[in-house]
Design a protein around this ligand. Sequence first.
Ligand SMILES: [Cu+2]
Length: 349
Amino acid sequence: MVNLGLLSAAALAVTGAFASPAKRTCDNIHVRRNWNNLNGDEKSSFLGAIQCMMQKPTLSINGVDQVSRYEDFVYIHQYPGYAIHWVGRFLPWHRWFVYAYHQELKDCGYEGAMPYWAWEQDWQDLSASNIWNADPNIGFGTYGNFDYNNVYNSTTITDGAFANHQINFPYPHQLTRNLPMTANYPWSGPGPYCQRGYNPENMRNLSSIATYKDFSVALESPDPIHNPHDFPGPHGAIHLALWGDMRTDGVNNSSPNDPLFFMHHSNVDRIWKSWQELDESHLYDFAGNTDYYWDTGMRSGIPAQLEDPLLYGGVGALGSENLKIKDVMDTTEWPLCYTYEDLEPWVVR
Ligand SMILES: [Cu+2]
């Protein structure tokens, strides 16, 4: 059960404010910015707010093993499991998830808009991205080194703002990544397999897709059992390329343990937002299935609809209990009230 008494001030603010959605308009529209365009003070403030979340007490949602407000987000992502991946609600669910995370960062003193990692700009060599920065004040840290003796646990990140970050949920370990394992595991790392997911050719293909149903699958990644392309979509490609905590599959679903998860999903959301603006018919276009069964690879036959609940697994946190998919389709409408500074450069016409 949810312990309502432990809901955070930020979560309560979102909950209360959402009581009358139709009557509210945005006071202003926040412009989310490319991480590369933030100055040192802004980067430091953003990373400091994440560290603050990692120190804050957990909401003890459902009484599992998470130890901090940050790990609550890991749990909230894990809990609904198959109902938020390879389904129609994948994009809207993660949109609200990143938004709610940003509310918590504001509660921890970060005043800027949510940044994003425009990884499609790093397509030629992911390992050369500016995102890898070892400075403990302004960097997410580097990308690890492959450990042949510990393939799935990967290597601990020992630099940057999250050096040796101790994770407790869903199992105790330190933050890991594993970008350079390409030579022996070609389906990971910055090599050709993942690159086909986010290279200009695939991004061009994405921008020309006509319907949400097809666009959503292509952006997320075809599911592993029904993959018609034999290469991942850009969302899946980045998870695979970074390996380590970002790679956690449909069993753990604990990839938010790496703070880069939110930088990644902010960009996934930007790409969806860009697509929504390409044609007026796209803004409220929504379809897909409601469930996916990992063990059998079956998609449920129930068609997803705009009226469906966003579905935060019944945990009730983040002010989401009454939220429907239709409420988060337009980011420039209340409650979201944001856009992106460079919406369309990824669209190769
Ligand atoms: Cu996810």
